[in-house]
Design a protein around this ligand. Structure first.
Ligand code: GLY
Length: 353
């Protein structure tokens, strides 16, 4: 790729794509649901596209008898620990000051308890800290310094989470951000190809939800949040009802993508409520995306054709084992593991690029 100049960066960030109306894609896999005669349910784990190892690991743990919450947390820990994944944990893209700030939440279906941390620095597994908030405090959400002190008290190791790769991407972003500061655009750089994909301000995240054969469900969402965010910005991931929600009698939903749009609509809670009222996971997810679109009125968030200029995805799992991934923009995929193996499936999408 040629040098990504300041001007090119700006035009790349604002690049328009042609939006098309709703497209539904066949899910392609049989979705066995609960067996009414025996009361058993299919073990199933769903996650965002970056969660294939997470679903595989969580599925193995659930089928071995482990609690679904322990299983999905162990699954996302693989991604939190991966320095190559720039959306979460170690190696996550930092805030505008170059500091990695992590958000995470967990929710345990059988007890309907939840725990979360936000703006947590220096701890690579915020999902584990969120679980301890749930189990060992009378609170649901700890933030910033308080969350860090809580993690320290529980013996978590502190480390600099900013990898050389993430620091390079952040520095290049800073150097090419504006003509009205003293940072000079770097000369032709090997970073050009590597950083181009990050200039659309990714909100990469991992969500993972699982159900065992008894029908008990749990889920987790963990993220480094919006890349280059204003320090202290918290997205949807650690907010119960937005970044994730589970009602053990109904189902679960979790999200990745533009957190602000989710926060304004409390999408995961709303999606589970739609499932309570009889909608399938896919229909509930698509309905929530439509609701987000209807509530998006600011011009800066809309393309010329009126479609939103941001991404948002939901991963839904129903008590009877049905599941879906839905995405504002397609094509998009998500991860599933069940008795048919581990795979990516196509999301149902609202707009196709
Ligand atoms: N969905 C992740 C975030 O907006 O922080």
């Amino acid at each position: 790729m040629s040098t990504l100049s300041r001007r090119r960066f700006l035009s790349t960030a604002g690049a328009a794509v042609v939006g098309l109306p709703l497209l539904s894609k066949s899910e392609g896999y049989a979705q066995p649901v609960s067996d009414a005669s025996t009361g058993t349910r299919p073990v199933r784990v769903v996650s965002s596209a970056n969660g294939q190892e997470a679903t595989r690991t969580a599925y193995e743990m659930i089928t071995a008898g482990r609690d679904p919450l322990d299983a999905v947390i162990a699954g996302v820990n693989i991604v939190e620990d991966d320095p190559e994944d720039t959306s979460v944990g170690l190696g996550g893209l930092p805030n505008e000051d170059g500091v990695v700030e992590l958000d995470a939440a967990v929710m345990h279906g059988p007890t309907h308890r939840a725990g979360a941390v936000a703006s947590l620095q220096n701890i690579r597994n915020p999902s584990k800290v969120a679980k301890l908030v749930m189990e060992q405090t009378d609170h649901v959400l700890l933030v910033g310094e308080g969350a860090l002190r809580f993690a320290r008290a529980h013996g978590f190791t502190e480390e600099d989470l900013l990898t050389a790769k993430a620091r390079g991407i952040w520095l290049y972003w800073k150097q090419t951000l504006s003509e009205r500061d003293d940072w000079l655009t770097p000369p032709d750089s090997v970073l050009d190809a590597d950083v181009a994909e990050f200039f659309n301000r990714p909100t990469g995240t991992i969500h993972c939800a699982g159900i065992n054969s008894a029908g008990d469900m749990s889920c987790v969402t963990t993220t480094s949040g919006l890349s280059f965010k204003i320090p202290g910005r918290v997205g949807d991931s650690p907010i119960i009802g937005a970044g994730l929600y589970v009602d053990n009698a109904i189902g679960s939903c979790g999200s990745t993508g533009r957190g602000e749009a989710n926060l304004q609509n409390l999408c995961s809670f709303a999606a589970v409520e739609l499932m309570r009222n009889g909608m399938s996971p896919k229909d509930a997810g698509i309905e929530i995306l439509r609701r987000v679109v209807a509530h998006t009125t600011e011009k800066r968030l809309l393309r010329d054709d009126g479609s939103p200029n941001f991404g948002l995805k939901f991963y839904l799992l129903a008590k009877d084992g049905r599941y879906a991934g839905v995405s504002m923009w397609g094509p998009a995929r998500y991860s599933v593991t069940d008795e048919q193996g581990t795979r990516h499936e196509d999301c149902a999408v609202l707009y196709e690029r």
